[in-house]
Design a binder for this molecule. Structure first.
Ligand code: PBG
Length: 338
């Protein structure tokens, strides 16, 4: 061997040395914990497809974040499950809707020390389960005649965002993948005096089967058809740049790629294309359920797999990670044993 001897192993010799040179770092401050609130229940309800996860009554909102908060998590993403649905999803912008009430309890309890983000969409609120207002192609018969009316939907999204901001949300997170949704929301917020409310856009959201457990958790599976006419085709990566660019132009503050693990290349691409924008990655319900199931069978070491997966998402370029493992990860990261 010639001189000098190139030995990458030199830097792997001890934990402290590995910690010193580690590239991707993660701490609880970068995690967002999703929370489900359901109308009409009085105690937390376990979600079958997501073991260890619960739907909470609004009254227990403060309790739902207690442990996360004590472990250093400072951001939550609120989802609502209303007790009734209609064609237009009008329960989504009620002043005393489930999300609006949950946000108020969280803000009353934690004030500005907890960031409250809200999912802005109608799929949990519509009888058909689609992420927008449906319209029918004239003269056409059958289920395939229905389509999501983009421009009527973004008006509704604006109303929902304003109602969340009124309740005290710091960040609104539109997830319906409608064209122009960020601009419509920005306009609506600004007109109502909420120019400080930030928008974290689900910019690059794929039509993914990894959302399966969530749809059970939130009762939001579409009654007919699928979401492929608005969510992105999993075969595409370059198109992610187009989606992210439009959101940037429309005024998004934070971009997002979703799901995370099967789309690490897309996370990297979006981060490289828009390095000046914070990027969130949503590690979705299917990612959680896969690891949980394998861990329950004793096939994987849950802690090691979760920390490895989360660091991979960071390494790919995500600044923020939305994960159902937030609480466990925060605890494991505190044990400093990666
Ligand atoms: C739509 C929404 C979905 C998720 C977050 N927001 C479901 C969907 O698009 O079908 C999925 C999150 C997950 O699977 O963890 N409001």
């Amino acid at each position: 061997m010639s001189f000098p001897k190139l030995r990458p192993r030199r830097l792997r010799r001890s934990r402290v040395l590995r910690d010193l040179v580690a590239e991707a770092r993660l701490d609880a401050g970068r995690l967002i914990m999703p929370l489900f609130f359901k109308e009409g229940i009085s105690s937390p309800e376990p979600i079958e497809s997501m073991p260890g996860y619960y739907r909470y009554p609004v009254e227990k909102a403060a309790e739902a974040v207690e442990e996360a908060y004590s472990l250093g998590i400072r951001a939550v993403l609120v989802f609502g499950i209303p007790s009734s649905k209609d064609e237009l999803g009008s329960q989504a912008y009620r002043k005393d809707g489930v999300v609006q009430r949950a946000v108020r309890v969280l803000k009353d309890t934690y004030g500005s020390s907890l960031l409250v983000a809200t999912d802005v969409c109608v799929c949990q609120y519509t009888t058909h389960g689609h992420c927008g207002v449906m319209a029918r192609r004239p003269g056409c018969k059958g289920d395939e005649c229905w389509y999501v009316d983009n421009d009527r939907t973004i008006g509704v999204l604006g109303k929902i965002a304003v109602s969340h901001a009124e309740a005290g949300a710091d960040i609104v997170a539109p997830s319906s993948m409608m064209d122009g949704m960020v601009q419509a929301i920005r306009r609506a917020l600004d007109e109502e005096g909420f120019s400080e409310t930030a928008i974290m856009s689900y910019s690059v959201k794929y039509a993914s089967s990894f959302y399966g457990p969530f749809r059970e958790a939130a009762y939001s599976a579409p009654r007919f058809g699928d979401r492929r006419s608005y969510q992105m085709d999993p075969r595409n990566a370059a198109e992610a740049v187009k989606e992210a660019r439009l959101d940037v132009e429309e005024g998004a503050d934070i971009l997002m790629v979703k799901p995370a693990l099967p789309y690490l290349d897309v996370i990297r691409l979006v981060k490289t294309s828009f390095p000046e924008y914070p990027l969130a990655a949503y590690s979705v319900s299917g990612e959680y359920a896969m690891i949980k199931a394998a861990a329950e069978k004793g096939w994987l070491n849950e802690k090691n797999i979760v920390l490895e997966a989360l660091h991979s998402i960071r390494r790919a370029g995500a600044d923020i990670i939305i994960t159902y493992y937030a609480v466990s990860a925060a605890r494991w990261l505190g044990e400093a044993s990666f």
